[in-house]
Ligand binder design. Structure first.
Ligand code: GLN
Length: 491
């Protein structure tokens, strides 16, 4: 039953009294038991806790009425860097292996208030650093379309679970592509909102000026429904703002053919060298579909975009090195078992044992680029490049472009282990997504084809700041004109 349910259809079933949250929870748990193990998608699946969450949603529905709860009875899976009170929040790291969150993230509160409930917590690259989910301390996640391939990262557990229909929606976080790239690798929809749209309170910080929480779903309409609940000002996050648009789902239904009359910009830089030929072919067909749906196509340029990966790996690592300083074995998380150490040695030993290779590499890189004497040469310079990239996007949008269209990833999903020995090749898999985070823009990945081997390919749409409505409308119109979102892996 659960294999065909969307957020929208679940809300309808609950409102009509055909399903209760506890029935839905039981059905999803049933499906999860057999599939999650194959995917290694889940870090914490506490069935009793999930059922009592569902029961709480049921009570809320009785009290308030399903019609007044926009996500009545919707089960949600949560990336394990988002705090759910009383549940472990490991960030895919040994250093937080036994850390139990003492409070709920704002997004969790908002979802529950809307009638949704938490079903479980998902695997991810350690501290959200990675593009393949192979950096998890708890083993890699596998792609449900082919278990020998990666699901993308860092929200790999989120993307694999939603693609395998273990929940209609999962939360992910996106610092440089971590919602969109795995969504593209798993053939589903992933939305990274405008920076500031969704509260980061209760999200374990990686790169604070880049991080955003967003939904992974199987349809654009579901992304809109969930965004209606997630978006909003939060006094607990000083970077959050009140979004000027308020009803994304209604906006979609009012404008189903939104691509008609839009101008869609195609940045040459993403279609030149380095693009896999099968991905390129899928994108060419997608551009033709977008045009057929009524959009005008305009070739544009983002002259500084080729510096985005370099700037990102200075800025994100700098911020990570500061954010991760708190994991010292004193306040929370893992502490080395070695006895009799002085304070400095305790820090060193704890962090050496608790963090994985990629995280250590980034802390060292980030500490280096912030160090006196190198700060101007690296960190300040990267911030200037960031500004230039922002202006490139502004210039394109100012020239009358409504949406920018690119591949989400330059390659299709790759095999487990394929890029592990080459961190640069791994970093380059985010070349299409990172600029969006540097500029703070909203972007979405939607499925747009499959390779000969049957692996999903995604298309990215990018909008001006706080133009989520245009973004969702454009993606929705594309989805209505194509069938790719209907494909499901045969797991
Ligand atoms: N893959 C990128 C990285 O490794 C982006 C990760 C993310 O968005 N969290 O940093």
């Amino acid at each position: 039953m659960t294999a065909n349910l969307t957020v929208k259809s679940i809300v309808d079933l609950v409102r009509s009294g055909k399903q209760t949250p506890t029935q839905l929870a039981a059905a999803y748990l049933d499906r999860t038991r057999s599939i999650a193990q194959k995917l290694n998608s889940h870090l914490h699946l506490d069935e009793a806790a999930a059922l009592s969450e569902a029961l709480a949603a049921e009570k809320r529905i009785h009290e308030i009425g399903a019609h007044r709860l926009p996500l009545a009875g919707v089960p949600v899976l949560v990336k394990d860097n988002i705090c759910v009170r009383g549940s472990k929040t490991t960030c895919g790291s040994k250093i937080l292996e036994n850390y139990v969150a003492t409070y709920d993230a704002t997004v969790i509160k908002r979802l529950r208030e809307a009638g949704a409930f938490v079903l479980g917590k998902l695997n991810m690259d350690e501290f959200a650093m990675g593009s393949s989910n192979e950096n998890s301390a708890f083993g890699p996640v596998r792609n449900p379309w082919n278990l020998n391939y990666v699901p993308g990262g860092s929200s790999g557990g989120s993307a694999a679970s939603v693609a395998a229909r273990l929940a209609p929606v999962a939360l992910g976080s996106d610092t440089g592509g971590s919602i969109r790239q795995p969504a593209s690798f798993c053939g589903i929809v992933g939305l990274k909102p405008t920076y500031g749209t969704v509260s980061r309170f209760g999200l374990v910080a990686f790169g604070s000026s880049l991080d955003q929480i967003g939904p992974l779903t199987t349809t654009v309409e579901d992304a809109a429904l969930v965004m209606d609940v997630l978006a909003g000002l939060d006094a607990s996050d000083s970077t959050s703002v009140q979004h000027p648009q308020s009803d994304f789902a209604r906006g979609l239904s009012e404008n189903p053919d939104a691509l008609k009359g839009m101008t869609v910009g195609i940045p040459e830089e993403f279609f030149e060298s380095g693009l896999d030929s099968e991905v390129g072919a899928c994108l060419e067909r997608a551009i033709a579909d977008v045009q057929r749906a009524g959009a005008k196509i305009k070739r544009v340029r983002l002259p500084n975009i080729s510096y985005s990966v370099a700037a990102y790996y200075v800025i994100a690592t700098a911020e990570a090195s500061a954010n991760l300083a708190r994991f010292d074995g004193i306040r929370y998380g893992y502490r080395t078992k070695e006895a009799g150490l002085g304070l400095k040695d305790l820090y060193r030993k704890t962090r050496s044992e608790g963090f994985g290779q990629e995280v250590k590499q980034r802390i060292m890189l980030g500490t280096f680029v912030l160090s006196s004497g190198y700060y101007d040469a690296f960190y300040s310079k990267a911030n200037k490049v960031r500004e230039l990239i922002s202006r490139d996007f502004d210039a394109v949008f100012d020239s009358g472009v409504d949406l920018i269209l690119t591949p989400t990833s330059p390659t299709p999903p790759f095999k487990l282990g394929e890029k592990l020995s080459d961190p640069l090749a791994m970093y380059l898999s985010d070349i299409c997504t990172i600029g969006v985070n540097l500029a703070g823009l909203p972007a979405i990945s939607v499925p747009c084809g499959r390779t000969k081997a049957g692996l999903p390919v995604g298309m990215q749409l990018i909008a001006p700041k706080f133009n989520e409505q245009t973004l969702l409308n454009g993606a929705h119109a594309y989805e209505r004109a194509t069938e790719w979102h209907k494909d499901q892996p045969a797991i």
